[in-house]
Design a protein around this ligand. Sequence first.
Ligand code: NDP
Ligand code: GDR
Length: 321
Amino acid sequence: MKTALITGITGQDGSYLAELLLEKGYKVYGLVRRTATQNEENIAHLKKEIELITGDLCDLPSLLAALQEAKPDEVYNLAAQSFVGDSWSQPTYTAEVTGVGVLNLLEAVRQKVSHARFYQASSSEMFGKVQEIPQSEHTAFYPRSPYGAAKVFGHWITVNYRESYNLFACSGILFNHESPRRGLQFVTRKVTDAVARIACGLQKELRMGNLDARRDWGFAGDYVKAMYLMLQQEQPDDYVIATGKTYTVKHLVETAFRHVGLSWQDYVVIDPKFIRPAEVDLLLGNPEKAKQQLHWEPEVSFEQLVGMMVESDLKKYKGKN
Ligand code: NDP
Ligand code: GDR
């Protein structure tokens, strides 16, 4: 039986990855932060099957202890301050968790379980200002936020540990991926949650930022399969994971409102509060390498994804008015 340690197990991706690895017969450990309130909604259904270890990416001793306890064959580093918008108001914190935190975990792996395979959650936000369309493993990085800059550090330090210490370390450069478990701050879930509330008579308007930004949106359940596949290859490498299709935020809004038979123009208000100091205008990934080498394909379309998220939010609010 293989053993995996997942950091960020309480997040969107952590919970889907834990399900996948349990299905494959892994023993799964999850690193969780000490919190004053319970925030384990995404993993509540898995609590009997996984082992949780308290630790923090910013606390090296806790990482060393976690690896000593779990002795994993595979380490998936999904933990991060992951909300781009907040990375301007908390830039140092974001750099420490999302950037230096990766180094802490790599160092702990090197010292405790140097045979283990390591996955780093890199991001299409590293591409930032458009250098090339579509973006592939060869596209230059030009991050546009403290989050993007921290992820570039995390990405390169992973490459550096692979080349310096011969660690089996991979980075997945994942484009936006969403699900009913997505945090409410992110644009897809903010929109589907608001559409459900509006349809149920619980909310009157939806305040949004830049509707012209374009994103390559996929389904988180599909994307965690790519993480697993990367660590099963003969050689460690980096891969872009994307759908190869891009849509505007406006199209997302339109699709979600249409799903409940409403017209978005009647409800959406532009609020400068949600406009970012610098924007990533266009993300469109080229997943060819992953298709060829990992035999990975996204299965859920954009329409299906938005429909799935609106339906899940509707279920929550129906009958609440
Ligand atoms: P979430 O924001 O849903 O989850 C982040 C997780 O990190 C949570 O479990 C959170 O714990 C944990 N965490 C935050 N800070 C720390 C810390 N200091 N120490 C330990 N754990 C911490 O993110 P996603 O699941 O969406 O994304 C997973 C990873 O993939 C992230 O690294 C993200 O940056 C990256 N990524 C995501 C993409 C996406 O579209 N979803 C695309 C590309 C990359 P808590 O519950 O306590 O807050
Ligand atoms: P992103 O995701 O920044 O791409 O990072 P987010 O959903 O926050 O924003 C996507 C785009 O929508 C625009 N936008 C708004 N965004 C939010 N959150 N709220 C709004 O009201 C709003 N109005 C317009 C944004 O300006 C942006 O252009 C996500 C995170 O999961 C990262 O961790 C991950 O690395 C990248 O995806 C790939």
